[in-house]
Ligand binder design. Structure first.
Ligand code: PMP
Length: 405
């Protein structure tokens, strides 16, 4: 049974008032709030188990290490990877994509090779590839989008060719909530030699992810967007591929032996985890995934899609409100502007009413340029949001519109 009140009670932050009004938190695309069990596990880590992992022979170090490696196994199961060696802990999605871009790029990209990205990517799935292309004199190709922000699949097929070494795209576009045609893009790419990286930052918290069924080479996501702490993320990579890639950073933990003559790198996954990992946040990620598992990702998806349908219908009835990214295939976000108003003003008035939304470019400047705008207001949903909160958003927008006109 999906009991929204029971779920909300698990998130202490939601009970507070902001500007004298009950908080309505609709900025979940930026980061999610944390359930009590995640807050408690972080507390427990520092109160009872804290010590650096993989290094000590003593009790606390062994305990921290065990919890960290258990967290890796929890992530493996959650996304159905084949082995824990395929789960690389990173700082977040950005760090995961940079790792892949550097390391895959070092090994596999040379002059005149081509990398394809979607037009509607977050900057963190554009800039690392641009940097790589600059370093290697390779070319970045962009899948165009239609007026709604949906990637043009037929155009993608034309871009794909012998020179394509990698296709990188978001599972869900963060600025619009549009779910990209992941299966179709993968199926088409598999007809070539090119590898596939999926930026799952806006998908992992909303949909069941099975990397084996998807058959992608890399899948990246951030813990903080799926109810865990900040400072932790995951790069999933196919073992055979990761094994051929050089390390991203050098330092402690990523080596078997070091001498001035020769350094031998550690096996997977530690080869890619130089330095002290954020083991506390990794454990918090496992606890967050436990929360998602016990709530049921299918229940979450159903609840959020009902919220989205309700929000789109309600907001569409507002005079002068335009939704960017209209699509039947969407999840958990509504991006909009209101005629003759600025998105910052709408966001600020909503804040005065206790409602938190995101305003601006959403780190997706090419998408904004594509729509011919400088930003939007984005309301994005999580498991704990309610229909009543969408009513409050609606009433807030009406009020803001009146004040600004
Ligand atoms: N990709 C997408 C689609 C995102 O939404 C985000 C976060 N807004 C990122 C990448 C970057 O995530 P992080 O800042 O956690 O590294």
């Amino acid at each position: 049974m999906f009991d929204i009140e029971k779920i909300r009670r698990q998130f202490p932050i939601l009970t507070q008032k902001v500007n004298g009004k009950p908080l309505v938190y609709l900025d979940n695309g930026a980061t999610t709030q944390k359930p009590r069990q995640v807050i408690d596990i972080v507390n427990k880590m520092y109160s009872e188990y804290n010590s650096n992992i993989h290094r000590g022979v003593h009790y606390l170090s062994a305990k921290s290490t065990e919890l960290y490696e258990n967290a890796r196994e929890t992530v493996r199961k959650f996304i159905n990877a084949e082995t824990p060696e395929e789960i690389i802990f990173t700082k977040g999605t950005t760090d995961a994509i940079n790792l892949a871009a550097f390391s895959f790029g070092e090994k596999y990209i040379k002059e005149n090779d081509e990398i394809i990205v979607g037009l509607t990517e977050h900057h963190s799935n554009i800039v690392p590839w641009q940097m790589l292309c600059k370093r290697k004199k390779a070319k970045l190709k962009v899948i165009p989008a239609d007026e709604n922000g949906e990637l043009k699949f037929e155009e993608f097929k034309k871009l794909l060719g012998k020179k394509t070494k990698l296709v990188a795209f978001a599972h869900v576009a963060n600025s619009t909530g549009i779910i990209n045609p992941v299966e179709k893009i993968i199926e088409e790419t598999r007809k070539t030699e090119a590898k596939i990286l999926i930026d799952g930052a806006q998908a992992i918290q909303h949909k069941k992810i099975d990397v084996k069924t998807l058959d992608c080479d890399f899948y990246a996501f951030s813990g903080h967007k799926i109810y865990a702490e900040t400072g932790i993320g995951v790069l999933y990579g196919k073992k055979e591929l990761l094994e051929t890639m050089p390390p991203y950073q050098g330092g402690g933990d990523m080596i078997k032996s070091v001498s001035f003559e020769k350094t031998e790198y550690a096996d997977l996954p530690l080869k890619f985890e130089a330095g002290t990992s954020n083991y506390v946040a990794a454990v918090s990620l496992a606890e967050a995934l436990n929360f998602v598992n016990s709530t049921g990702i299918e229940n979450i998806e159903k609840h959020e899609s009902e919220l989205l349908a309700y929000a789109e219908e309600k907001l569409s009835s507002i005079n002068g409100l335009k939704i960017f990214g209209k699509s039947r295939n969407k999840t958990s976000a509504v991006s909009f502007n209101i005629k003759n108003t600025h998105f910052y003003d709408i966001g600020m008035i909503l804040d005065k009413l206790g409602t938190a939304v995101r305003t601006g470019t959403h780190c997706a400047e090419p998408t904004m340029k594509h729509f011919g705008i400088t930003g939007t207001v984005r309301a994005s949903f999580a498991v704990y949001n309610t229909f009543d909160e969408i009513d409050k958003l609606y009433e807030g927008i009406i009020k803001a519109q009146k004040m600004l006109s």
